[in-house]
Design a protein. Structure first.
Length: 202
């Protein structure tokens, strides 16, 4: 795996590098010409400066793109996810958070902020036909069902833990089990599918 940093802003390159382990190969691209000449690999993770290079994103969508911006917008983020990006967040997120983003994307999952996640789940009517006839929550325990319902409301692990009077670690464990039982790989899909399932049965 290589991590490709794509921005004309050298300060951003330095900021992003703080999140990357020293054993990982890092390549910096600073211009449109460099982007178009560079040969990307399918396993590359691209950290992309959307503010300054928006028009170049289309060249990269066949890769794992982490799209970062200083002007986050939920509708824009939602549309970018539909185009195929793997993460959407703030250009200046902490190194710890960016490291978590990179880890999530490297595992083939989607990473988005809790705010955008809540927006997408609450507006799940924009996503039709995500629940097939075989989808069911009957395999979940009563506690897992409670957690799944809270995820479908767009709530964070912290809020779920407070509401159910359990620890965040327990919430994470329940969500991991729910993913396995329902054959779902990311939180957004879980939230939307549970919401649609419950709506169809009401």
């Amino acid at each position: 795996m290589r991590i490709i940093l794509v921005s004309i802003n050298r300060v951003l390159h330095q900021q992003w590098k703080k999140a990357i382990h020293s054993t990982v190969e890092v390549i910096s691209l600073y211009s449109i010409i460099e982007i178009k000449k560079f040969t990307f690999h399918s396993k590359d993770i691209i950290i992309f400066d959307y503010d300054n290079l928006e028009n170049e994103l289309s060249y990269l969508l066949s890769n794992k793109v982490v799209c970062l911006s200083s002007k986050l917008d939920n509708i824009e983020g939602f549309n970018l996810l539909k185009k195929g990006i793997k993460a959407y967040g703030n250009n200046y997120m902490t190194p710890m958070n960016l490291a978590e983003v990179i880890k999530t994307v490297s595992l083939g999952k989607i990473w988005i902020s809790p705010d955008l996640m809540s927006f997408i789940i609450k507006n799940s009517t924009l996503n039709q036909n995500l629940v097939n006839e075989d989808f069911s929550l009957e395999e979940l325990t009563s506690r897992e069902l409670e957690v799944a319902k809270e995820v479908s409301k767009g709530h964070t692990n912290k809020l779920i833990a407070q509401y159910l009077n359990i620890t965040e670690r327990t919430v994470k464990a329940h969500i991991s089990t729910i993913f396995s039982k329902l054959d779902i790989s990311d939180r957004v899909s879980l939230g939307i599918k549970v919401k649609e399932y419950l709506r169809n049965r009401s």
